[in-house]
Design a protein around this ligand. Structure first.
Ligand code: URA
Length: 243
């Protein structure tokens, strides 16, 4: 990561705004390798220097990557006046600049990547890259062979163009409820719900299972999260590059 200005590092790590952390430094509340920091602009080697603020070690992570099993009832945003947000669920976060990579509807559950790595997020979300996303859905009636064909051909959901070919796998089809998995390579607003609406069905439950190379960890209950492993981060970055 190399060198970072002390005031930026402290602000990113959640010690306050740039002007608040400058005050901390000026009041000699911050030490670098045991010596009072020289000034807010002092360059810090994040791999070597030991920083303490008010006697406590400062942990600095340049990038953070969390996998959240989003629960229903929480919005895919950083802040919201009314509802709890997915970023607020990440209680262990060190960085203040985390955001969700893409959106799930308030009532949708499942895999959501939360990070501050804007480059990776961009790669995963750029429409032209067609990153695959698989959802588990329950719908309010039977799902037929004809539906599988229609989803594969692309559906008219009221956009300029039909949806791109999507893979629909029927786990169970029933008159009152069916269970399916759907893989799409786009991310249009309410896309899965609108695709089922186009064939006369209503989605009653929706959960995202995968996004690119990332698969929801079965051990995470709704509302739980964990850091991505190094392997998962690498795989996502490779995927972003190669697609
Ligand atoms: N499609 C939807 O309709 N909703 C989501 O939350 C995600 C995909």
């Amino acid at each position: 990561m190399g060198q970072v200005r002390l005031d930026k590092l402290l602000a990113d790590a959640g010690y306050g705004t740039r002007s608040q952390v400058r005050q901390l430094v000026r009041k000699k509340h911050v030490t670098i390798n045991g010596e009072p920091a020289k000034g807010p602009e002092q360059k810090i080697d994040v791999d070597k220097d030991q920083i303490f603020c008010e006697g406590k070690p400062v942990f600095y992570a340049a990038y953070e990557y969390y996998m959240l099993n989003k629960p229903a009832g929480v919005v895919s945003a950083v802040t919201d006046n009314r509802d709890k947000t997915v970023v607020e669920l990440i209680e262990d976060r060190q960085r203040r600049d985390l955001f969700p990579v893409g959106r799930l509807d308030k009532d949708t559950e499942g895999l959501l990547l939360i990070t501050n790595d804007g480059i990776l997020a961009n790669r995963l979300l750029t429409p032209g890259r067609h990153v695959e996303k698989t959802y588990y859905a329950e719908v309010d009636g039977p799902v037929t062979q004809m539906d599988i064909k229609l989803f594969a051909e692309g559906l008219d959901i009221g956009e300029e163009r039909r949806t791109l070919p999507a893979v629909l796998i029927v786990e169970e089809s029933g008159n009152a409820c069916s269970k399916v998995q759907l893989t799409i390579t786009e991310g249009k607003f309410h896309q899965v719900k609108r695709m089922f609406q186009a064939v006369g069905r209503r989605v009653t439950f929706l959960k995202r299972l995968t996004m690119g190379s990332l698969t929801l960890d079965e051990a995470l209950a709704p509302g739980e999260y964990r850091k991505l492993t190094e392997g998962e981060i690498l795989a996502l970055k490779k995927q972003g590059l190669s697609t």
